[in-house]
Write a protein that binds this ligand. Structure first.
Ligand code: SF4
Length: 325
C-alpha cells in the first residue's frame, strides 16, 4: 500500500462513506468505496446539505421547476432552500478546486449531489399541491454537482452507481490515477517531463481514444514553444479529455495487437497463435481484459521491449483493487 501522502485525493459525498448525514439520519455506505477503494486513495468527504446548515434529520428536499435552473424545496413544506444551497455549493466548490483533487464520487439521485438524471418535479409540485402536476422529468443535476462541474472542469466526476459498470469504473479509475501520476510527474514541469509522461501513457490513451492520443502527441511536439507550466497544464487538461472517452473491447483489442506487433516475430508460431486467440476471445466477450493483457506482459518479460514494459497500460490503477475489466 502506498504512503497516504502519495495517494490520489478523491472528494466524495459523505453519506457514501457511512456518515449519518442523510435526511433520515442514515447513510448510503458504498461497499466498493469503503471496502476496496479506501485502501488506495485519500477521501475528502463533503455533505453539502449538512455543511450548508441543514439539520439531521431534516425534511427531504427535491428539485422543482425548470430542469436547467431548478429550485430546491422541502417535499412537505415547500420551503425554498435554493439560495442557501446554491451559495454554499459555489463557495465549497471553489475551495475544493484549491485542494487539487484527482476525482470526485457523488451520490446518485440526490437533489444536491446527483450528477445526472435527477428528478425535477413540475412547478407547484412542492408542498400541498404535489403530485397533481404530472410526473417528474429525469433531466436534473444536483446543485452541488453542478457547481463542482463548473469549478473543477478537468477533474473526473462519477456517481457511485456508475462504478458498478466495468467500463465506466475503468474510465473513472484510469482518469483518477493518471491525473495523480501526472500531478506528481509534472510537479516540476519541463518539456522533458511532459515527453516522459506521454511516452509512458501512450497506449492507455490509445485504448480510450486513438484520435485523442494523436492530438496529445501534438501538444507534446510543441512542448518547447511555450512556458513549461503552461504546456503541462494544457497537457493534463487534454489528457483528462482523452480519458473521458469510454474504452471498448474493440479499442483494447487494437492496442493488444499493437503490442504483440513489437515482438511477435521473435516467438514461435504456436505462442503467437495462443495470444491471438486470447485477444480474439476478449474481443468477443469470452475473457476479461486481464487475460490477454497478462499473457502479453508475461511474454514481454521473456522478450523485453523496453518502452513497452514501461507502459502504464499494463496497470493503470492498482491491481489490488481487484477489478474485473
Ligand atoms: S447525497 Fe449529498 S447532500 Fe445528501 S446526504 Fe449524501 S452527501 Fe449529503
Amino acid at each position: 500500500m502506498n504512503d497516504v501522502a502519495d495517494r490520489p485525493r478523491i472528494g466524495i459525498s459523505a453519506c457514501l462513506l457511512g456518515e449519518n448525514v442523510r435526511y433520515d439520519g442514515g447513510h448510503k455506505r458504498s461497499r466498493f468505496v469503503t471496502g476496496v477503494l479506501a485502501a488506495h486513495v485519500t477521501f475528502v468527504p463533503v455533505c453539502p446539505e449538512v455543511e450548508a446548515g441543514l439539520p439531521v434529520p431534516r425534511e427531504p428536499i427535491r428539485l422543482v421547476g425548470d430542469p436547467r435552473h431548478p429550485r430546491v424545496v422541502g417535499t412537505r413544506s415547500g420551503r425554498d432552500h435554493t439560495e442557501r444551497l446554491a451559495a454554499f455549493s459555489a463557495e465549497r466548490a471553489r475551495a475544493l478546486s484549491a485542494l487539487r483533487l484527482d476525482g470526485f464520487i457523488l451520490k446518485k439521485d440526490s437533489p444536491s449531489c446527483g450528477l445526472a438524471r435527477v428528478r425535477v418535479h413540475p412547478e407547484g409540485a412542492a408542498g400541498a399541491g404535489r403530485g397533481r402536476m404530472g410526473p417528474p422529468s429525469r433531466e436534473g443535476v444536483g446543485l452541488f454537482a453542478a457547481a463542482l462541474s463548473g469549478a473543477l472542469p478537468d477533474v473526473p466526476l462519477t456517481e457511485e452507481g456508475w462504478l458498478e459498470d466495468r467500463w465506466l469504473r475503468e474510465r473513472f479509475l484510469s482518469s483518477v490515477f493518471t491525473r495523480h501520476r501526472l500531478r506528481l510527474g509534472l510537479a516540476d514541469p519541463s518539456a522533458g517531463a511532459v515527453v516522459a509522461q506521454h511516452a509512458a501513457h501512450k497506449l492507455l490513451f490509445m485504448a480510450h481514444s486513438p484520435g485523442g492520443q494523436h492530438r496529445l502527441g501534438r501538444v507534446v511536439a510543441q512542448a518547447g514553444e511555450d512556458a513549461p507550466g503552461a504546456v503541462a497544464r494544457r497537457y493534463v487538461r487534454q489528457a483528462m479529455a482523452v480519458l473521458a472517452a469510454v474504452p471498448s473491447r474493440g479499442k483494447h483489442a487494437n492496442v493488444l495487437l499493437h503490442i504483440l506487433g513489437y515482438f511477435k516475430h521473435r516467438m514461435p508460431a504456436r505462442e503467437k497463435q495462443e495470444i491471438l486467440l486470447a485477444i480474439d476471445d476478449f474481443r468477443r466477450g469470452v475473457h476479461d481484459l486481464a487475460v490477454p493483457r497478462t499473457l502479453l506482459k508475461h511474454h514481454l518479460g521473456r522478450l523485453p521491449v523496453d518502452w513497452l514494459m514501461k507502459q502504464v497500460y499494463f496497470e493503470p490503477f492498482p491491481r489490488r483493487l481487484g477489478l474485473r475489466t
